[in-house]
Design a protein around this ligand. Structure first.
Ligand code: MG
Length: 252
């Protein structure tokens, strides 16, 4: 069942989302060679708590940290560690916060120092595909119109969308119905309605779409070792169109 949110509830998700957006910008500023992913996790937890939120991921199904930090060929769900970031790496930062019982969830992929042009392109296409999907989050469209827009943009660039992980409804739980794949034919699935709140999160591999989960039972990596990028926003469907709830001062 898809739970529709009142404007007041959307406002609570937006408060959580604002914290996520602000902390992601703080983290982005700290990403540089020599920093460990555990350093970033500490900044993330402090940043959420000092703004009055709670970390959404810590303890979720046993996840041990506030931040999912996924480096290079890691797609999602990387566990923060003493791993030191190197010049030329990319890192996916996925963060969730809870305010007043409501969740916000967003992710960005950030360059560590200078990265190769082809890697910049992967990151840019992944972020663009997020916005192609968001553009389709209009009342009256079907859910898979969103999925299709993401997939089309990614595949036109020669990359693959990950099929094993999907976006999701969000509200008083981190993961609600419906699931929101980043692939599919248009015109399928439930019709989008005002009051739906969805986390859309394209995960894009430079190579093939295969996924392997490491022995820590969390870290998902590309099967072929290729690089992977990830961007995510929490978005409300409204009569006036999609509204990004994890934006920073109205900026995406
Ligand atoms: Mg998510």
């Amino acid at each position: 069942m898809i739970i529709l949110k009142s404007p007041e509830e959307v406002g609570k998700i937006e408060r959580a989302g604002r914290i996520v957006a602000e902390v992601l910008q703080e983290l982005k500023a700290q990403v540089k060679p020599g920093v460990t992913t555990l350093d970033l996790d500490r900044i993330a937890e402090e940043g959420i708590r000092k703004r009055g939120g709670l970390p959404a991921f810590k303890g979720y199904r046993g996840f041990p940290a506030t931040l999912c930090a996924s480096v290079n060929n890691e797609i999602v769900h990387g566990i923060p560690s003493k791993r030191t970031l190197q010049e030329g790496d990319i890192i996916g930062l996925d963060l969730g916060a809870i305010v007043d019982g409501y969740y916000g969830d967003a992710a960005i992929t950030v360059a560590v120092g200078a990265i190769r042009p082809e890697v910049q392109h992967l990151v840019r296409v992944t972020e663009e595909s997020l916005y192609r999907g968001i553009e389709q989050m209009k009342a009256g469209n079907r859910l898979s119109d969103v999925s299709h827009a993401v997939q089309t943009h990614v595949e036109a660039a020669g990359y693959s969308v990950v099929k094993d992980f999907v976006g999701h409804g969000i509200g008083q739980s981190l993961h609600e119905e419906p699931q929101l794949p980043n692939f599919g034919k248009p015109g399928q699935g439930p019709r989008l309605r005002a009051g739906m709140v969805l986390a859309i999160e394209p995960m894009v591999n430079m190579g093939k779409d295969g996924v392997r989960v490491l022995g820590d039972h969390w870290t998902a990596v590309t099967e072929d070792g290729s690089l992977s990028a990830h961007f995510e926003h929490t978005v409300a469907v409204t009569e006036a169109g999609p509204v990004i709830l994890t934006s920073n001062n109205g900026r995406a």
